[in-house]
Design a protein around this ligand. Structure first.
Ligand code: NAD
Ligand code: MG
Ligand code: MG
Ligand code: MG
Ligand code: ZN
Length: 458
């Protein structure tokens, strides 16, 4: 007679073994194995494996859309948490699998599913577009004037390109520490008449899906003003006590909510262009702002820039490649540091694209110029508007063909190959004396996370 405890422990082992097979199949994206195991034993669905993660969490971690969809269709519980109190949604978001995150919260529009890759672009700081730019309204002077006078229009104030902001209580939960100070038209009326004020129309608030279509009133319009008036006088306009000018771009501009960061990037980049192009680049005469701040026109009637379309009259966008270069062994990445970086901080190499150059060629040229490393294949990942003053960072992964490093000492202080584990420690364990990564809101940081997230066999 076999002892009932033996039977029980054998049965237990068999079940544990089945659970491990089930979560492993989900982790590998093996939808056939997942479906067949669920059909044989439905109770496997939410069972956690030995490491405390269940099938839905592992499918979310590794970006397996179809397995996630299958588990949800069998009723997998999206709200179960692992030992770090993370749900499958938290895990998907952390690893940049936006399409899985959307599926888990039910907002999936199937579009990203086709791309089936991690898509960090949705979360890239400075890239949100909460306003409809309504570019077709820029040359409608009557419409613009009406909007400028409307009591619900919002005006952002900049002094020499620094936005007026106020600090937020930490409890806001959005992670934002600062918020843009918003003015109504009555408060800025006089300021708009000052000769040194530049006004830019940013757009109108996008209708919330919940708002009823009959909502007659048009959503509020947003504007940005750059002023040369005394900043202390302008501060008083705000009225509130804890207002300040966000003067240090690489620090003060990285603490806003995603939406405000997107608005800030648009405003600051266009205002920066106005501040540098007060005179016509073609003939040197003064120029004036037109089309709600999206064009500058020369005041010299005989200037050739008035004939046809000239790119000198429109806001600059400077394309910059920024690349995480991977060692041929796939297990190390190339990071460099400039003299101006804080001690121990390393970042991706970057460089302005030159006229007539493709993204891929710029990646290869800049990497070789700055580190001596030759690059083969280049893959686009995501981009980031970088309003300092008006760059567009084009983020790529690149694979090295050579490994010897010889830095261009004019620009790069040092550059090294960093093993994956050292980068993981820096990413998740707050850096180490030898490696501090750039601010999490930079695309350089996102590229490193994307690389680590790509290979799920952590
Ligand atoms: N967001 C991020 O993660 C991140 C990271 C690194 C750099 N950046 C930004 O990317 C930009 C370019 O990086 P870089 O400095 O290494 O470029 P780079 O390696 O091309 O070197 C800069 C030099 O390029 C020349 N240059 C060519 N075109 C230029 C232009 N349009 N404007 C200014 N200088 C130009 C100048 O001589 C300048 O000194 C920097 O301004 C920096 O703010 C952003
Ligand atoms: Mg360079
Ligand atoms: Mg560079
Ligand atoms: Mg360069
Ligand atoms: Zn001119």
């Amino acid at each position: 007679m076999i002892d009932s405890r033996v039977v029980k422990s054998v049965r237990m082992n068999m079940t544990e073994e089945m659970v491990e097979r089930f979560v492993d199949a989900a982790s590998r994206g093996d939808v056939a194995a997942v479906s067949s195991l669920i059909s044989r034993c439905a109770s496997l669905l939410d069972r956690p494996g030995a490491n405390g993660w269940n099938a839905l969490m592992l499918a979310a971690r590794n970006g397996h859309y179809t397995v996630t969809e299958t588990l949800l269709s069998h009723g997998a519980d999206r709200l179960v948490v692992n030992r770090s109190s993370q749900t499958a949604y938290d895990i998907a978001k952390f690893w940049g699998h936006t399409h899985i995150g959307n599926l888990l919260v039910g907002t999936d529009d199937q579009s990203q599913h086709i791309l089936e890759t991690t898509d960090p672009s949705q979360e890239i700081y400075f890239s949100a577009e909460p306003l409809d730019r309504l570019s077709e309204r820029r040359s409608d002077a009557t419409w613009q004037q009406d909007k400028q006078n409307r009591p619900d229009s919002v005006f952002l104030l900049f002094s020499e390109l620094s936005p007026l902001v106020h600090s937020l209580e930490p409890s806001t939960g959005s992670g934002a520490q600062t918020s843009l100070c918003r003015f109504s038209s009555s408060l800025v009326k006089e300021l708009l008449l000052k000769p040194g004020s530049v006004l830019v129309f940013l757009g109108v608030e996008r209708r919330r899906p919940s708002s009823s279509p009959e909502t007659s009133s048009e959503p509020p319009a947003w504007f940005a003003i750059n002023s040369t008036e005394d900043p202390e006088v302008l501060l008083k306009l705000g009225g509130e006590k804890d207002l300040f000018w966000a003067r240090r771009p690489n620090r003060d501009l990285l603490n806003f909510s995603q939406d405000e960061a997107g608005i800030l990037a648009q405003a600051r980049a266009v205002l920066a262009w106005h501040s540098r192009y007060a005179f016509c680049p073609t003939c040197g005469s003064s120029s004036r702002s037109e089309e709600a701040g999206y064009k500058r026109t020369c005041t010299n009637a005989s200037c050739s820039s008035l004939q046809g379309v000239h790119n000198t009259s429109y806001p600059r966008v400077d394309p910059v490649v920024i690349m995480l270069v991977l060692h041929p062994d796939g297990e190390q990445c190339l990071l460099g540091r400039k003299k101006v970086f804080p001690t121990g901080m390393f970042s991706c190499l970057a460089g302005f694209i030159e006229p007539g150059e493709s993204v891929e060629s710029a990646v290869r040229r800049e990497v070789e110029e700055e580190s001596g490393v030759k690059v083969g294949s280049v893959r686009y990942v995501a981009c980031q508007p970088w309003p300092v003053p008006s760059s567009l960072m084009i983020g790529c992964l690149a694979v090295a063909l050579s490994t010897d490093i010889k830095v261009d000492e004019n620009e790069i202080e040092e550059a090294h190959w960093f093993p994956r584990q050292k980068v993981i420690d820096a990413l998740f364990r707050g850096g180490s004396p030898v490696l501090l990564l750039s601010h999490q809101q930079t695309i350089a940081h996102q590229l490193v996370k994307h690389w680590i997230g790509c290979n799920s066999n952590l």
